[in-house]
Design a binder for this molecule. Structure first.
Ligand SMILES: [Zn+2]
Length: 180
């Protein structure tokens, strides 16, 4: 095993010719833009991902390089209802086709189902992975059911030594319903 690939400066041509998938785990804290979105990221949180590239022959042209990227992780985000941490599973499963330059990417993007990437001698696959994970983030992260009831209005209820003995909020709700 002398094969060492650096995912942040990958020779895509060689990677596609070889065809062997890259199976990796990357610490989420090393993906700085994603880590900024997280709510209390555990230092050992990782994203598991795999990438495989292949050459697809073209009649009268150079082979095209295609890349398949898949990733799974769970990122703690800030629930927009209770402001607590909500564990959000994220998944990536995307095909890309490499093109020679930005102009081709612009003109062909609309008519392509796959995403287009511009070829670079040392391609940063980690940046693509991070972009995809950022795009997979929900706009408004929220618990399906928040672990604590949201505070309805300030000053309601007493916060004192007796607070712990307050009846469970649902019990109070049941009482209120009973009275009506
Ligand atoms: Zn919540």
């Amino acid at each position: 095993m002398s094969r060492k690939l650096q995912a942040n400066r990958l020779n895509m041509q060689a990677f596609a010719q070889d065809g062997t998938p890259l199976l990796e785990t990357t610490l989420l804290q090393n993906l700085e833009r994603l880590a900024q979105e997280a709510h209390g990221l555990a230092p050992d949180s990782v994203v598991s991902w795999q990438a495989r590239a292949e050459l697809r022959p073209q009649a009268g042209a150079d082979d095209q390089i295609w890349l398949h990227l898949q990733a799974q992780t769970t990122v703690p985000l800030t629930c927009q209802r209770c402001m607590g941490a909500v564990a959000m599973p994220l998944e990536v499963d995307q095909w890309y086709r490499f093109v020679a330059d930005e102009d081709i990417a612009m003109t062909e993007d609309d008519q392509s189902e796959e995403d287009l990437l511009v070829m670079e001698p040392q391609f940063d696959l980690l940046a693509v992975l991070e972009d995809e994970l950022l795009m997979a983030l929900p706009l408004v992260p929220m618990h399906e059911q928040c672990p604590v009831a949201p505070v309805l209005s300030a000053g309601e209820g007493d916060i004192g030594p007796d607070a712990a003995e307050k009846p469970h909020p649902f019990a109070v709700l049941a009482q209120l319903k009973g009275k009506k």
